[in-house]
Design a protein around this ligand. Sequence first.
Ligand SMILES: [Zn+2]
Length: 294
Amino acid sequence: MENAHRRGLEPLTTRFEAGYSIRLSYRCLKICHILWAQTDHTDQTLFFEVLRYAVDISANLAYTHGLMTATPLHTEGIVLRQVPYGNYDQIATLFTHDVGVLALFIKGGSSPRRKAPLTGLTCAEIVYQFGRGDLAFSREVSIKHRYHESWNNYSLFESGAAMAKMLLDSQLPGKTAPQLYALFRLYLERLGSAQCPAAFVASFGLKILKHDGLARNYKSCSSCHDILEHIWAYGGEAFCRDHAPSGAVYNNKEDTELMMTLMHTQSFSELTRTYVGPDIVKTTRLLFEQGLDR
Ligand SMILES: [Zn+2]
């Protein structure tokens, strides 16, 4: 222990119990040292008791028996989905600015005593560490904004959830997409002022296809390159009648123009005024699903 203490801030790997390899942070070491100073230095069993206790109270280390990265990371993210884990813990899936989709374990996240729980469509700044797998462990969560707090009708919640689901369906964990993150944040910020929230959902789905390089231009056939008046759309591509794959959706000129507007618009005042009917909602959803399948 004296040696371990001399090594000070350097992380230390200690073996205890049945081959558990424990990397101790300085914080944990410090606790060990304080406790060790109060015990009989000849009793090795007691040393391991002290060590185990120190690991337990150093909560972030305890999650994975200490096998996580030493450096805390920082990012901002929006909760796409959250599920309770055990009685009081929580696993939240966030879309983040720095690392795309991130699964985050929050100790005590669903405890009734928690003053500011992390719920769906909440934007938060997080400090986290990675464990052995893809799951990250939260050290600090500070909530910046709850988009749904100002929403006053069900269709806004439904639309927000639909956009979150599109990200879950299309973005691989850890695939960084800061532009798409910024877009998602803007869409949630402006959703409350939409005359037709479904237009935001349709537009967001098409913009994901565009962002992921799955949308081609809708002016000519992807197969024969003929200029099209009427298109048969499949995924993000357009085809003439002769080259339409099975499952392609027919769009007249008016619908095609509307979908191009939804995909390419940079103007929220335009999007806020845009109305989409059930057919366009259905078509864009189908194009999105086909785009992901390709
Ligand atoms: Zn063709």
